[in-house]
Design a protein around this ligand. Sequence first.
Ligand SMILES: NC(=O)c1ccc[n+]([C@@H]2O[C@H](COP(=O)([O-])OP(=O)(O)OC[C@H]3O[C@@H](n4cnc5c(N)ncnc54)[C@H](OP(=O)(O)O)[C@@H]3O)[C@@H](O)[C@H]2O)c1
Length: 295
Amino acid sequence: MPKRILFQFDCDSQPSSFDAVVAIDSGVDHLIPYADVQATLIEPLVHGAMFTRGGDDLKDTAIFLGGSDVAEAENLLRCVTDAFFGPVRVSVMMDANGCNTTAAAAVVSAARHLDLAGAHAVVLGGTGPVGQRVARLLIGDGATVTLTSRSLSRAEKVCARIREQFGESANAELIAAELDSPDDVAKLLTRANLVIACGAAGVQLASESDLAAVPDLAVAIDLNAIPPSGLGGVAVMDKAQPIVEGSRAVGYGAIGVGGLKMKTHRAAIQSLFESNDKVLDIDEIYSLAKATDRS
Ligand SMILES: NC(=O)c1ccc[n+]([C@@H]2O[C@H](COP(=O)([O-])OP(=O)(O)OC[C@H]3O[C@@H](n4cnc5c(N)ncnc54)[C@H](OP(=O)(O)O)[C@@H]3O)[C@@H](O)[C@H]2O)c1
């Protein structure tokens, strides 16, 4: 039985220790980390991985793309798949900075409490890698999404990119909004059933009283783990806790979502070795998160 080999390609000068631990805990026999990986270096690395084992054994070699630069990892994913020759390929997963597993776990956590189809969702700080993916998943499940940024033009650019992926059907459901002052947030949240805070670490985007005033709020999720919390009243460990005493709305903090994120990451690594042709990006990782949550 061939050993399971995972190549960890990381754009940073130190490959992520977090990704290394998850790989080993997912049953990888040999983890081979590469640092400072750039697009120009990818082809020979991928060819070395895919030309060494043949037939069914090819599924026991896989590639993980990580690092802190999500845009660069997205580019590397394109380079990896471009380097394959038809069926001569190995499975690959992209989760730079945890962007895919975090977004998928957040949306699956929300869906435990409300039907996303027809829900009004507000993605606060939605222009980063996690927020973009959260918005895309919510739109895909039929929610109406307001995506905020401190700059309307940045929010509009991200919304335009998401619309490109869904075509005209996303026009009505995706709204770009500027959120430049804490005074604006209450107005933006008026109709929200779901709020997911995806702002940078250590930035509060809505207060406890802002959330308490939203009449039809069902779920509030804060992905920031660094104080102050991104959503007032939602603590980092919260997992389906009422936001304020007696409230119908429940909150999840970053660690509250983190359990499912970790399980999803492990399930995704394990699934790489089921066949040699998987490309695990946001949609595939979302499907795995849903299956993991049901199991
Ligand atoms: N639990 C986990 O495992 C996990 C994994 C990954 C990420 N995270 C967390 O998830 C959140 C989103 O991650 P990310 O990588 O997408 O975040 P990010 O790119 O660092 O930031 C997201 C957005 O926050 C806004 N922002 C930055 N500084 C701000 C400020 N001072 N005030 C208001 N808004 C500000 C920016 O939007 P504009 O400039 O357009 O306003 C930015 O695009 C972060 O808090 C991160 O720590 C958690």
